[in-house]
Write a protein that binds this ligand. Structure first.
Ligand SMILES: Cc1cc2nc3c(=O)[nH]c(=O)nc-3n(C[C@H](O)[C@H](O)[C@H](O)COP(=O)(O)O)c2cc1C
Length: 160
């Protein structure tokens, strides 16, 4: 069974709720999910995963610093291209509309793309990845379910 790693940072619980909804949907899609707080995740987790999702709140228009540090510390995997061709994606939580939510998702995608990972946009809903404004409501939960199903399909294809 393909392995998916979801790494998130969440101080107030909004991003965590999204991570949990994504995990449930990806498991339903036939993948084994490891759900980790960013402080608990390490390079071995990234090496083992067939697909990786990163989630963080928007802080000052970009990802919260612990997630940036996690991405920066993944540099040892870059040299040998250890993440090349693996599925990847990102999700975020913000305080308000126009507060930088999409920028936050894109800031995480930059790191994943630089590793040579494969990112699939979502045609319906949040195009760049699930995004919540404040506490995730039913719309966000539905979007996490749809994104998770699509992500599981991608991981199943790429991990053959
Ligand atoms: C230091 C800090 C900076 C923030 N900066 C922004 C911001 O630039 N734009 C925004 O929309 N919300 C901002 N917020 C609000 C958070 O993104 C929002 O409350 C989010 O839902 C928190 O997610 P969490 O519950 O997973 O910690 C900020 C919050 C903090 C603590």
């Amino acid at each position: 069974m393909p392995k998916v790693l979801i790494v998130y940072f969440s101080h107030g619980g909004n991003t965590r709720k999204m991570a949990e909804a994504l995990a449930a949907s990806i498991e339903q899609g036939g993948c084994e999910v490891s759900l980790k707080k960013v402080a608990e995740a390490n390079l071995e987790d990234l090496r083992r995963a067939d697909g990786v999702l990163l989630g963080a709140p928007c802080y000052f228009g970009s990802m919260a610093n612990p997630m940036k540090t996690f991405i920066d510390e993944s540099i040892p995997l870059f040299g040998k291209g250890e993440l090349v061709g693996k599925a990847a994606g990102a999700f975020a939580s913000t305080g308000g509309i126009g507060g930088g939510g999409e920028l936050t998702i894109l800031s995480m995608l930059h790191g994943l793309l630089i590793h040579g990972m494969v990112v699939q946009g979502l045609r319906k809903g949040g195009h760049f990845g699930p995004l919540a404004i404040g506490e995730p409501d039913q719309r966000v939960m539905d979007e996490c379910a749809a994104y998770g199903a699509q992500f599981a399909e991608l991981v199943n294809k790429l991990a053959v």
